[in-house]
Write a protein that binds this ligand. Structure first.
Ligand code: NAD
Length: 702
């Protein structure tokens, strides 16, 4: 049963029961509708209470039904809300723990509401590029007041019930429960059983806090603010217009305006992208052949090898989650430097007020260090973050194999080296895998979990669960050079290089990509990461694949010692202590000489071409990764790019974006690029999966 019905004295209690959060799926809606009818028909019932079983009143729409015909099937949420509101007997909502989206809209249709303290109350639809579509934009401003309702609807953020109860004049919560919510709701229902007419939120007037303020002027001000903050997302402004309708229109007209806004937003690519990202994140945590009930290994102590840039950041993730960390280095001075950096990072957070002093002390108290492998032997998980050289990794993993307790998980943070080779340095390859964090490792959401040929399923299940604990988005990758993210970015950088050869400046390329929505264009990104790092990788990679074409301009840059921000000179000039990238005359000269050495005369290239060449380079390589089984699903590729590479969220990731453009159009563009003699025809050979999808009229993300 997705909702239960029980009569207690004169009151019928309808309890939503659809774990985990009492989502209002079709079966639940049907059960509630039937229960209301039953209560109305029963002469002994004088009032109703609606509440939720378990850890929620209701979290809103059932995400399992999202986008399916079931979501709209009658009674849909809007019909259910009307049914509750029209009930001839008083209906009391008994709200606790979580009351969000459709759950709040249902509660707003009840005649009375009693809430437990600590309830998270929200209308989060805006986060999926939508607006609340079952009367939320019309009823919340009437019940709570226009300004607080607008804040909640435009931000989608939860607010605690006890704070909402303090809003002057609010009619959202008639009472706050002092003890047992259900008992108090029953008493409340009995008390109001004979009250007529029944109070309905729709009959209230939506008002501004200060009646002197002209609503027109207020909404114009709000429009400017919201518009400026949500440039690439249409939903917040649509939410605002719907709330404005609650003031300027009659209730039923406002509901119609809300419906129109909802339907229009549902069709926008931005909402599609946000919904795609929402489901992609959930899908990424699942591994096809690893059952969800796989027993997990306990991770109570973590060791990190190497206290450099990555080792420090990685350690902080675990400290933040309350898991003790021991860091191992070979040299005391390197260890001291690493520990000092961690301390400095935390101190900066304390200074900015982002971390409380006691929390800081607590975290530092969980951190210890050593120069001796024997001290880390009892750790449940060890993550290696030493120099990127196979010889160094070999020495470390042989040591780990010798000392670590049986069952410990041995992970490498390598960016490019073969996890299967690393696993073979041990007698326990089943316990070895890659945990590829991104820099800065304490900030970036992405964690690529690199599955070796021998990695055990319970090891994978354990790290996927651990990733959630340390608030990372984990995406599984098979073993290949660069894994998912860096293998794709390599192609993106190759195209960026060809664009320089043909006549672009680094800033033109960066500007085009940043206008498209990337957090940072490729050349600013290279300067930040260090051009010397990619130089070293290129030397190895292009030695291994001598026929591979690339622009040597990046090599010329490194030969000038321009390694990026760390040398205050890279693709751009930098002023010491500042991050601002200034166009460089030296680089412009270098590029001009480089072109003339190649006999190329620069041409003017449009921003559209720049964006297409770089983004479709990602798409084509993403398709190859899918075909090879390195990535499990297209949405995983998108998650990697959304959480690790600053791909614009409102475009949903490269594969989702390609679907939006249309795979036929992507392929046509690639054929055009292949004809450019200064580009690389081989580069643009379509991945077989892409060609097949175009032939079948298919798409990556379905
Ligand atoms: P780093 O040079 O900042 O740090 C490496 C640390 O390892 C140094 O402190 C060094 O003293 C220590 N070390 C070296 N050999 C050791 C040994 N045998 N035993 C113990 N400690 C030893 O390097 P980093 O940038 O932190 O990179 C570390 C690893 O992380 C590399 O495999 C790299 O490819 C990978 N990685 C780096 C980044 C990045 O952006 N920097 C991103 C992802 C992955």
């Amino acid at each position: 049963m997705t909702a239960s019905y029980q009569v207690r004295g004169p009151v019928a209690v309808i309890t939503l029961n659809n774990p985990p959060v009492n989502g209002l799926g079709l079966a639940t809606r049907q059960a509630v509708a039937a229960a209301i009818e039953q209560a109305e028909a029963d002469a002994a019932v004088q009032a109703l209470v609606i509440t939720g079983a378990g850890a929620a009143f209701s979290g809103g729409a059932d995400i399992k039904e999202f986008g399916s015909p079931k979501a709209l099937a009658e009674p849909n949420l809007l019909s259910l809300v009307l049914l509750v509101e029209a009930c001839a007997k008083p209906v009391v909502a008994a709200i606790h723990t979580v009351c969000m989206g459709g759950g709040l809209e249902l509660a707003l249709a009840c005649h009375y509401r009693i809430a437990a303290a600590g309830t998270k109350v929200a209308l989060p639809e805006v986060k999926l590029g939508l607006l609340p579509g079952a009367g939320g934009t019309q009823r919340l401003p009437r019940a709570l007041g226009v300004e607080p309702a607008l804040n909640m609807i435009v931000s989608g953020e939860p607010v605690l019930s006890e704070l909402l109860a303090q809003v002057p004049g609010q009619q959202l919560f008639h009472r706050m429960a002092k003890g047992d919510l259900l008992e108090e709701a029953l008493a409340f229902a009995a008390e109001v059983a004979q009250q007529r007419p029944l109070p309905r939120v729709r009959d209230l007037k939506a008002q501004l806090t200060d009646p002197q303020v002209d609503p027109q002027a207020y909404f114009q001000f709000a429009r400017n603010m919201v518009g400026a903050q949500s440039r690439n997302f249409p939903a917040p402004l649509r939410c605002l217009e719907a709330v404005a309708a609650s003031v300027t229109m009659k209730f039923d007209d406002g509901i119609r305006a809300e419906r129109e806004g909802f339907a229009a937003l549902m069709m926008t690519p931005e909402s599609k992208a946000l919904r795609h990202a929402f489901f992609a994140e959930r899908a990424a945590s699942k591994i096809a052949d690893v059952p969800s009930d796989t027993p997990l290994r306990k991770i109570e102590r973590v060791a990190v090898i190497g206290a450099g840039t990555m080792g420090g950041g990685i350690s902080m993730n675990f400290l933040n989650a309350g898991i003790p960390v021991i860091i191992l280095e070979t040299q005391q001075d390197a260890l001291d430097r690493g520990l000092a950096t961690i301390r400095k990072n935390y101190e900066a957070q304390v200074k900015k007020g982002k971390l409380k002093e006691d929390k800081f002390q607590q975290r530092m108290g969980l951190l210890s260090s050593t120069l001796n492998y024997a001290d880390i032997a009892q750790a449940d998980l060890v993550i290696e973050a030493v120099f990127e050289e196979m010889g160094v990794k070999e020495a470390v993993f042989k040591q780990l194999d010798a000392v670590m307790k049986p069952g410990a998980i041995l992970a490498s943070n390598t960016s490019t080296l073969d996890i299967n080779t690393i696993a073979q340095f041990t007698q326990r390859p089943q316990d070895v895998l890659g945990l590829h964090f991104f820099s800065p490792a304490n900030v970036m959401k992405l964690l690529e979990v690199v599955r070796g040929a021998a990695t055990a399923k319970d090891v994978l299940a354990t790290v996927m669960a651990l990733a959630k604990k340390i608030r990372k988005t984990a995406v599984v990758s098979g073993v290949c050079d660069g894994f998912i993210g860096n293998r794709m970015i390599e192609q993106y950088f190759r195209q960026a290089g060809f664009l320089l050869d043909e006549g672009c400046s680094p800033s033109q390329v960066d500007r085009a990509l940043e206008k498209f929505g990337f957090a940072m264009g490729p050349f600013r990104m290279s300067d930040l990461a260090g051009n010397d790092i990619s130089w070293a990788i290129r030397k190895r990679r292009y030695q291994e694949q001598p026929g591979l074409r690339y622009s040597a301009s990046a090599d010329r840059l490194c030969e000038l010692g321009r390694f990026g921000q760390k040398t205050q000179a890279g693709w751009y000039d930098y002023i010491e202590g500042k991050r601002e990238a200034l166009p460089s005359a030296v680089v412009a000269d270098m590029l001009a000489q480089h072109r003339s050495a190649l006999g190329i005369s620069a041409r003017s290239i449009s921003d559209d071409e720049i964006v297409q060449r770089l983004v479709f380079a990602l798409v084509n390589e993403g398709a190859r990764l899918l075909e090879e089984g390195i990535a499990q699903r297209a949405s995983d590729v998108d998650m990697v790019y959304l959480t690790g590479y600053g791909f614009p969220l409102w475009r949903g990731g490269p594969m989702c974006y390609a679907d939006t453009v249309g795979l036929f159009n992507v392929l046509q563009a690639m054929k055009r690029f292949a004809k450019n003699p200064l580009d690389d025809a081989k580069f643009w050979e379509p991945a077989p999966l892409l060609a097949r999808l175009v032939a079948e009229g298919g798409s990556f993300t379905g």
